[in-house]
Design a protein around this ligand. Structure first.
Ligand code: NAP
Length: 306
């Protein structure tokens, strides 16, 4: 059966677009490799999403959006899209090796965490090296952990980890944070978080499990080895756009270029959320993208297929 729209990605952009398109009566299939929720679903508390003066659990918020999309009739499944092709006015979308047909595609596949690329990192992933505090933080109760990065993800990750770990060492390569002031203030005021600024991790050491980090002070040039049980890396992200290469216009960094209505240069292919070339990547802006793209897809289907 031909879907009106296949949505790749179950974060706030994908789920909002599913809510809008399903509510408009379209036949909607949303797939996500890890189920619905996206990066927002792994955020412990989201403080700046409107309507929740005391913050809201990312997982809860995403569960609400998922239930809402399902309630309007969207089909939501586990699945990874490996290829998108346009054939005779329809799209052929390969999901976990099986081909599906759709009249339109919304690419809301988000981003994946960047690795630091230092010796020891690849070998120790899952053995003390992690990219997700909410997933792995509870494993480090009363332990010493480091967080690397100076953006909002590192700042919120450090705060979350301070609820479990005995000590959190936040390592950032500059002495100013990239993340927002509210998050910076919370971290600075947290007695369980120690700051190690102007510092970079050069190596991760351990015999089967992470034991220490070699850290260099970029101002003095001195290095030290600090003992840690875990390290959480938040050094940015890469967009998940490999299946769109050759189909959509991408920036040099791989983000999808879109028009105001979220359309790409391929008619019927739209993009929304963090994967899009945009100014501000937040849950609120992802939801905004999802609403716009939902409206645009409804219009595209009416104009071209009804
Ligand atoms: P980000 O803002 O790109 O920050 C990445 C951080 O990693 C930067 O501080 C960067 O340092 C550092 N970094 C990059 N490469 C490095 C390297 N090789 N070695 C050491 N450090 C390195 O990424 P993000 O924190 O994941 O945030 C992504 C987006 O999501 C942002 O728009 C953010 O506002 C949003 N977000 C918001 C919240 C919230 O609560 N509002 C929570 C999570 C994410 P420099 O600063 O020196 O470049």
């Amino acid at each position: 059966m031909v879907q009106d729209v296949i949505i790749a990605g179950g974060g706030p952009a994908g789920l909002t677009s599913a809510i809008y398109t399903a509510r408009a009566g379209l036949k909607v299939k949303l797939v996500d490799p890890v189920g619905a929720g996206g990066q927002a679903g792994t955020t412990s508390v989201i403080y700046n999403y409107p309507g929740f003066p005391n913050g809201v659990s990312g997982l809860k918020l995403m569960e609400f959006m998922t239930d809402q999309a399902k309630g309007f009739g969207a089909e939501i499944d586990f699945g990874e899209v490996s290829s998108v092709k346009q054939q005779g006015g329809l799209f052929s979308v390969t999901i976990d090796g099986k081909d599906y047909e759709a009249r339109s595609v919304i690419w809301a596949a988000g981003t994946s965490p960047k690795s630091l690329g230092v010796p020891g990192e690849a070998e120790l992933v899952g053995r003390g090296v992690s990219y997700c505090a909410t997933c792995d933080g509870p494993l480090f109760r009363d332990k010493v952990v480091a967080v690397v990065g100076g953006g909002d993800s590192a700042l919120t990750g450090a705060q979350f980890l301070s609820g479990y770990a005995r000590e959190v060492i936040l390592i950032h390569r500059r002495d100013e944070f990239r993340g927002g002031l509210a998050n910076v203030n919370r971290v600075v005021a947290n007695p369980r978080i120690a700051l190690k600024l102007n510092s970079i991790v050069q190596e991760m050491k351990g015999n089967g499990l992470l034991e220490s980090l070699v850290v260099k002070n970029v101002q003095t040039g001195s290095t030290e080895e600090i003992e840690v049980d875990g390290v959480f890396l938040y050094v940015g992200s890469v967009p998940n756009t490999a299946p769109l290469e050759g189909l959509a216009d991408l920036t040099a960094n791989g983000y999808v270029k879109t028009e105001q209505d979220m359309s790409t240069d391929t008619p019927g292919l739209f993009a929304a959320g963090d994967v899009r070339d945009k100014l501000l990547r937040q849950v609120a802006t992802a939801v905004g993208d999802g609403a716009v793209v939902g409206w645009s897809v409804e219009k595209y289907i009416i104009d071209n297929f009804r």
